[in-house]
Ligand binder design. Structure first.
Ligand code: SAH
Length: 264
């Protein structure tokens, strides 16, 4: 771990900074992320990084897009790893910019292991993860006394064999909030398995698409009707699925007073 945790130091030529850009709204960048973004010679970035954040890069900064869509891997992970090391070894300040937090479903730790194994120093700059920021902007607290005592972040992405093999029996507590990342495609099976595991079919459930962006969409229902709502609202990735009684903590009237709905 010798080369990790040096964020207070300057971004030096020949180093990589793995930076979390948060879920979209540039106001949610950390000051540390902003400092690294401003110094980058080259950025290697994903689909989830918003245009608003890309606009903060220095004008001379070289840009390489390696974004992925589900089932359409544009640049293989091995090639991304190699790009990071190659550009660092050319003596550049390499910014690896990722949506949300690099260490939450972001493969950031895999990239850091590769970078460090090749003798290149690597800064890790945390970002606000989608589950936290998108729920706030949708007026949903992740926990609430006597309503939710735990919160689980879980991936709805299927394994290479097409199965969605999750520990369903650990997801059946009525006082537990569940946030699924990458779950839209698997939504019907997720709902079926949660109900089989003992979750009440009237449990509130919500979808947040493009959370914290100006065109954020929030759709609320229950486990029973969420699949139909996805179809009728044509919800696509990137979307989060949130399940639990916390969704109903604020009344509609209170929500309009929260002020989250006009990020501009
Ligand atoms: N590292 C990221 C997650 C990457 S996995 C983070 O910490 O947030 C990609 C998934 O994150 C998407 O499929 C979606 O489920 C979720 N996601 C990321 N940004 C989002 C956003 N602005 N709105 C809704 N979901 C988002």
């Amino acid at each position: 771990m010798k080369n990790i945790g040096i964020n207070k130091q300057a971004f030096i030529a020949g180093e990589v900074a793995l930076v979390g850009a948060g879920p979209g709204d540039a106001d949610l960048l950390t000051i540390q992320a902003f400092r690294f973004i401003k110094q980058a010679d080259i950025v290697i970035y994903d689909r989830l990084v918003s245009d608003e954040i890309m606009a903060l890069l220095p004008s001379a900064c070289e840009k390489i897009y390696v974004g992925k869509k589900q089932a359409e891997h544009r640049v293989p992970q091995d090639a991304i790893n190699q790009l990071l090391v190659d550009h660092a070894k050319l003596g550049k300040k390499v910014l690896r910019l990722k949506g949300g937090d690099p260490f939450v479903f972001g493969r950031g730790s895999e990239e850091a292991i590769f970078i460090l194994a090749h003798g290149v120093a690597c800064h890790i700059v945390p970002g606000m993860t989608a589950a936290s920021a998108c729920t706030s902007y949708a007026g949903i607290p992740l926990t609430h006394r006597q309503v939710s005592r735990s919160c689980t972040f879980i991936t709805g992405n299927v394994q290479d064999n097409g199965a969605l093999d999750l520990p369903w029996h650990t997801l059946n507590d009525a006082q537990q909030t569940i946030v699924f990342y990458m779950g839209i495609k698997s939504l019907p099976i997720i709902i079926e398995q949660l109900i089989n595991a003992g979750r009440d079919k009237n449990t509130p459930a919500a979808l947040i698409r493009k959370g914290t962006h100006a065109d954020q969409q929030v759709v609320k229902g229950t486990l029973s009707n969420l699949v139909a709502l996805v179809k009728s609202h044509k919800i696509k990735p990137p979307s989060l699925i949130v399940i639990g009684n916390v969704i109903d903590v604020f009344s509609t009237q209170q929500m309009t007073n929260l002020g989250y709905f006009s990020p501009n």
